[in-house]
Every structure is written in structure tokens, then in C-alpha cells.
Design a binder for this molecule. Structure first.
Ligand code: MN
Length: 312
């Protein structure tokens, strides 16, 4: 069954492809409420920074937080990143002068350290001492993730919800001194194996995956889509497109990037994917509601594309 919902206005049901497309209201629910409830409500910055004590996420508070947090059983977004999304510039680089994001490592110093008291572009401790966050190795960030998953996944299982990890955006080797986590499709495999659980799932961001450089397990988004969808590990898909890869790429409209989005949808159809597909960030169309216009454009494309491949 397909459920299309755009700001609560439109609802259609029942097609052959068992996907849900959730509009901006669903995105808000998933991203605005559910994700931060998990991460911030349960001491996320301490976990990411490696400072969490054993009492976080354990005891009675875990299930209560999850059950009280309006989490979605199908999948709830989380990121696990020190630097967050950083290093891009925004300008009228998109088609028709739309404002779009460009990531170009020749224009930045990606090792620029994070100030103390900040994680994921957010200040969590305004009284932090002056200075910067020390570099964090790949081994260290994977250990922190393992601890986090070992604590929260049993609670998620008990509560009947899935947690869906977003890959790194941008998927560099390191950013601001911190090693990145899922910057190749195969790293998703490593994450799933780290703490095996049916509650552990993927927030499968097609844009971030397409930005991953070739080689070292990167490059083939179609193969990764089929592999993880067939295994039932994709909780939901971020449907967006890009042109180029790390170290230089640009975010573009869904119909003009390097990824063949129709091919991706066909793969999902062929493996009977029954998760959720939502639009991700898009170029901002010049008008009174630039973000909403971009989202509406992506949703319209997605609906039309689904109709087309279902008719094949
Ligand atoms: Mn995304």
C-alpha cells in the first residue's frame, strides 16, 4: 500500500509498490521529533563525545522515553557524527538559478577543528572552556557507536521501534578532525554487524551514498540499494540527487543528477521494498516558499515516477 501525505492534505492508497511517501509533515515527525528525542532526550552529545555514563539509556527511562516520544515503528532517524553537516556553500548554482549546496574541498580546510562545547553544529555547552575538540580516530568513533547501540537497541527492540542511521553528509574520511563513520556503503554492513539487532536499520540517503567516492567499497549505489533493501534493513529512503562526488559535488534536483532515480525505484519495486520514501533537501526554487516548492517538486516527481514504473 502506498500512502502519500503532503501536509495532511492529500491521501491516496493502494498501489502495487508497497512504499510510503511521506510529505513534509511526515519528515517533521521523523526528523524534528523522533530523531532528537532519541539523541538529545537521551543525552546524545555525551554519547557522541564519549562521556556518557552507564546510567544513560538504561533502567526505566529508556522504554518510557521511546514510548512517550511518538516514535515511528518503521524507523526513526539518527545521526552519529561529531562535525555534522559542514563545509558546504549555498548559492544560485542550481538549475534556473535555484539556490543549491556545493561541497568543494579545494575551497575549505576540512580539518578546521570544532570549538569545545559543540557537536553536530550545535552548541551544547556555552560555558565550555576555550579551545578546540581533539582529533577523534576512526577506532574511537566506532567504539562510541558500539556502546550507544549496545545500550539503545535492546530498548528499541523491547519498544517495537527501529532506529535508522543516516550516512555521513558529506561522506569524507574525516571532518573537523573527527573521523567519519558511514562514508562508504559497506560501512553500513559494519554498523549492522557491530551490534546485531532487528531494531537496527538504515536511513538510506541516496544523495549521501552517491557522494561517496569510488573505490574502497564506494560507488555503486544501485548494488547497495538492492543489497540492503533485499535484506530488509532500509527503514526509509532519502530521495535526493547530486552531481559529482567527494571531494567536489553539488546538490541538484531529483531529475538531473548522476543517479538514475527511476532505476533506484525499479530496484526497490523488484525486491518488494515496503519501507518509506521521503524527499530530502532539494535546491530552493526562487519564490515565496523556496523550500516548500523544492519539496513539492520532488514529491510530484516521485509520484509520477512510481506511476510510471508500476505501469511497466
Ligand atoms: Mn539525507
Amino acid at each position: 500500500m502506498i500512502l502519500v501525505s503532503l501536509a495532511g492534505v492529500l491521501t491516496f492508497a493502494a498501489t502495487a509498490l508497497a512504499n510510503n511517501i511521506v510529505g513534509s509533515n511526515g519528515r517533521d515527525r521523523l526528523r524534528g521529533t523522533a530523531g532528537p528525542d532519541v539523541i538529545n532526550g537521551l543525552g546524545g552529545h555525551d554519547v557522541i563525545n564519549g562521556l556518557a555514563g552507564d546510567d544513560i539509556l538504561t533502567g526505566d527511562t529508556g522504554p518510557d522515553e521511546i514510548n512517550g516520544g511518538a516514535l515511528n515503528p518503521s524507523g526513526n532517524w539518527y545521526n552519529f557524527s561529531i562535525a555534522g553537516v559542514w563545509g558546504w556553500t549555498k548559492g544560485p548554482y542550481g538549475r534556473g538559478g535555484a539556490k543549491a549546496l556545493v561541497y568543494d574541498e579545494s575551497k575549505i580546510d576540512k580539518s578546521t577543528p570544532l570549538p569545545n562545547g559543540m557537536v553536530w553544529n550545535m552548541v551544547y555547552d556555552p560555558d565550555a572552556p576555550a579551545g578546540t575538540v581533539a582529533p577523534i580516530s576512526s577506532e574511537e568513533i566506532w567504539q562510541r557507536l558500539e556502546w550507544f547501540l549496545s545500550q539503545i537497541l535492546p530498548v528499541a527492540e523491547e519498544s517495537g521501534v527501529r532506529l535508522a542511521l543516516h550516512p555521513d553528509d558529506p561522506p569524507t574520511d574525516q571532518l573537523r578532525g573527527g573521523a567519519r563513520l558511514v562514508n562508504r556503503p559497506d560501512k553500513y554492513e559494519r554498523m549492522l554487524d557491530l551490534v546485531p539487532s532487528p531494531a537496527s536499520a538504515l536511513e538510506f540517503c541516496l544523495g549521501s551514498l552517491a557522494e561517496m567516492p569510488e573505490g574502497d567499497g564506494g560507488g555503486d549505489v544501485y548494488e547497495a540499494t538492492e543489497r540492503f533493501a533485499r535484506a530488509g534493513r532500509i527503514a526509509y529512503v532519502h530521495f535526493r540527487n547530486v552531481r559529482g562526488k567527494v571531494p567536489h559535488y553539488q546538490e541538484v534536483f531529483v531529475d538531473e543528477g548522476d543517479l538514475d532515480m527511476i532505476r533506484v525505484l525499479s530496484i526497490l519495486r523488484d525486491v518488494h521494498f515496503d519501507g518509506v520514501i521521503i524527499p530530502d533537501h532539494t535546491p530552493h526554487i526562487e519564490c515565496d516558499a523556496p523550500w516548500h516548492a523544492g519539496m513539492a517538486y520532488a514529491l510530484g516527481y516521485m509520484r509520477a515516477a512510481l506511476r510510471m514504473i508500476e505501469a511497466e
